[in-house]
Design a protein around this ligand. Structure first.
Ligand SMILES: Nc1nc2c(ncn2[C@@H]2O[C@H](COP(=O)(O)OP(=O)(O)OP(=O)(O)O)[C@@H](O)[C@H]2O)c(=O)[nH]1
Length: 682
């Protein structure tokens, strides 16, 4: 493989991903500083970084949305996408990954973060995105690198290949040896590392570590394998070629060392990207971009900037775009670009064009959304990739504090959902609640802050209503009469209803066995409506289900009877009859499926039992070594905050899905408490 293949030219797009708080934003800062895009690195802790610049990110000192920034290095442009590490904001990462040429997985020597690292690596493996591991915070490393690598290896399905080894001075790491380059460097804070001579014990360690790196590369290179067996030194270029090819083919994950905080190891990382990461041509191939003369782009993030309006962050995967071009999108919309902006923190630099490989912000493409493929061709392009929605796990009911803000709230929610589709708004028709579904406590809290700070809408929130219902245990025959004859036109309706329980899950059935026109046929639909009215709120205060009501008899008045009178009579019949049918409370039960690292399974079982869960079984998680999958039946009322406990028992790695299964009776004290709380709230 020649030099030109190894170092593709042109703009790159690189994702910074990794477990929570591993140093991605700090690394972005270090890269921008070391490549001269900013005069010096800001700090996440001091609130001066380019990433995490929104008020919410600053306040919580964490990345709560993707930040993109462009810099240039040795004549090429690089756009970095700093993705949130928190699982609650992972949707941004999922939508962005297809756009990138490669990912830098920032991680720490921290066993607790291993499951998170495994989740992220798995995502990259499945998308076939070449990835480097950047072992960060080397400035406070306390264990040998070999032990760290052995600890991290189970998180990756392909071999982690150590590219560098540290040079220790006492208990501190003062530099590193690049095993491919065979050169030693000593770190200098906020400056490029200095080359030093490699000697003594470090030279021996280098030889041993290099051999072990070459052995791993030789698993996919027979020539190299023979050279190793015959003790022949492979040419340096051949080693670099292997590193590049095996990275791109997803056969290895190279590991580089550094300290984002001290800007150590940053230039070597940039060089590895330059020489080894693929360019846009390979990325387009990976995504199946068709042969086309048209421009084709992938929209990986939507933003609503305070002054610029809507921005669609887009990677151009084919062709060339001019400002003013009309774009068709794979989701069917079309719009005209009103501004191409460079991707930097402020989105304040206009560009006339975007070229192949560029990552830009396209302004005011109203019909376009995150995940769309866009093209300047005549017909809408096929979508290059489908982003699966992230199922929400936690909900709150919200309402505008001031009723006159209701419309504003609706619009703001639409925009929030557009920016972050993992935030879903559901109108509950029964309770008239607006329920906001999201990925966790912080996700929902940040949504509330954005509503207040960006859209000027104050909201109040409370836990969403549980879908309780009630049913009956005993049948009854009940008469319902409505008679009003005060002067003029009166009202008269009279029905006899047979009310009886149905098997669980059968819902509501209405029938009639009226003979001899006791209730004229034209009033029967009104009787059914009245029955439905009567079932809307049963004697315990909840909607009534699993009931059959049969109209068996009744009487009418030729002048005073009407639809309304019969409807009222039927409702009265239900209201009077149901309390005598031994009403009983029903609560929704779901099947939940929890995935968690095996060492947390015992804790998860305890959490489930404490939440009235009935464990159906557990198994190892298919295709995930070191993970279990637990299935349980669980009352909806207990699922509300489940995710919070689940995450805290699994260092954020556990998750669950739910599926409504059936309604089950609740009796005794538990039922009394629910009924009392409901009556109190009403
Ligand atoms: N000692 C040391 N601390 C670091 C290093 N890199 C980052 N940190 C610290 O680690 C913490 C998290 O850093 P961030 O850069 O915000 O991490 P992140 O991965 O972007 O965080 P999220 O995106 O919120 O998950 C901050 O307090 C940083 O100062 C490093 O190389 N050495």
């Amino acid at each position: 493989m020649g030099q030109d293949v190894r170092s593709p030219r042109g703009p790159r797009c690189i994702a910074l991903v990794g477990p929570f708080q591993s140093g991605k934003t700090t690394l972005l800062e270090a890269i921008l500083a070391r490549t001269g895009a900013i005069p010096r690195a800001g700090s996440v802790d001091a609130g001066t970084s380019v990433g995490d610049a929104t008020p919410e990110a600053r306040q919580h000192k964490m990345t709560v949305g993707l930040t993109a920034a462009t810099t240039s290095f040795m004549g090429d442009s690089y756009t970095f996408l700093d993705c949130p590490g928190s699982v609650e904001f992972a949707h941004d990462m999922r939508a962005a990954l297809p756009a990138v040429d490669a990912a830098i997985v920032v991680c720490e020597a921290d066993e607790k973060k291993l499951p998170q690292l495994q989740i992220i690596l798995r995502e990259l493996e499945e998308l076939k995105i070449p990835r480097f591991l950047f072992l960060n915070k080397i400035d406070r490393a306390s264990q040998r690198i070999r032990e760290t690598l052995a600890m991290l290896q189970p998180a990756s399905r392909v071999p982690l290949v150590l590219r560098q080894i540290p040079i220790w001075k006492g208990e501190l790491i003062e530099g590193f040896v690049d095993l491919a380059l065979e050169r030693a460097f000593v770190y200098r804070e906020h400056k490029a590392s200095e080359v030093i001579a490699l000697e003594g014990g470090d030279l021996d360690r280098e030889k041993e570590a290099r051999f072990s790196m070459l052995e791993k590369l030789a698993d996919h290179d027979d020539v190299l394998m023979e050279q190793l067996l015959e003790d022949i030194q492979p040419p340096r270029d051949a080693v670099f070629d292997d590193l590049a090819r095996e990275l791109r083919e997803g056969l290895i994950c190279p590991v580089l060392l550094g300290s984002a905080l001290r800007e150590n190891g940053v230039l070597r990382l940039m060089k590895a990207l330059r020489h080894e990461a693929p360019g846009v041509a390979e990325t387009a191939k990976r995504l199946g971009v068709p042969e086309t003369k048209d421009a084709l782009g992938y929209v990986f993030k939507t933003l609503h900037s305070q002054h610029g309006g809507k921005l669609s962050l887009t990677r151009l995967l084919a062709g060339h775009l001019d400002d003013g071009a009309t774009l068709q999108s794979s989701s069917g919309g079309a719009g005209r670009i009103s501004g191409i902006l460079a991707v930097n923190g402020a989105y304040d630099t206009k560009r006339a064009t975007a070229d192949l490989g560029d990552t830009v912000a396209l302004a005011k493409l109203d019909p376009v959304k995150t995940g769309d493929t866009v093209s300047n061709g005549k017909t809408p392009p096929a979508a290059l990739i489908a982003i699966e929605p992230t199922p929400p796990v936690l909900a709150i009911s919200i309402a505008a504090t001031d009723r006159k803000d209701d419309v504003k709230l609706g619009q703001a929610m639409m925009r929030l959902h557009e920016e972050d589709p993992s935030l879903v708004v559901v109108q509950n028709a029964k309770t008239h609640d607006t329920v906001l579904w999201g990925q966790g406590e912080m996700h929902l809290r940040v949504a509330g802050e954005r509503l207040r700070d960006r859209f000027g809408v104050k909201v109040t929130s409370h836990p969403p209503a549980i879908g309780y219902q009630e049913t009956i245990r005993k049948p009854i025959t009940q008469r319902g009469r409505h008679k009003k004859q005060s002067g003029g036109h009166g009202q008269f309706g009279d029905v006899v209803l047979d009310i009886r329980p149905l098997p669980r899950g059968d819902g509501f059935k209405f029938a009639e066995t009226v003979v001899g026109g006791a209730v004229p046929r034209n009033y029967i639909p009104a009787v059914e409506e009245g029955v439905i009215d009567g079932l809307a709120r049963g004697p315990l205060g909840f909607p009534v289900t699993d009931v059959q009501v049969t109209l068996t008899d009744g009487s009418y008045h030729s002048v005073d009877s009407s639809d309304l009178a019969f409807r009222t009579a039927a409702r009265i019949g239900l209201n009077e009859g149901l309390p005598q049918c031994q009403p009983v409370l029903l609560e929704p039960i779901h099947v939940v499926e929890i995935v968690c690292p095996t060492d947390a399974t015992a804790k998860i079982n305890a959490i489930l039992s404490a939440r009235r869960g009935q464990i159906l079984g557990f198994d190892t998680r298919d295709g995930w070594s070191g993970w279990d999958c637990v299935r349980a039946m669980m009352p909806e009322a207990e699922i509300g905050e489940l995710i919070v406990e689940l995450r805290s028992a699994t260092a954020g790695a556990g998750s669950f899905t739910r599926q409504f299964d059936h309604m089950a009776e609740v009796t005794g004290r538990a039922a009394d408490q629910i009924i009392a709380a409901h009556q109190h709230a009403a």
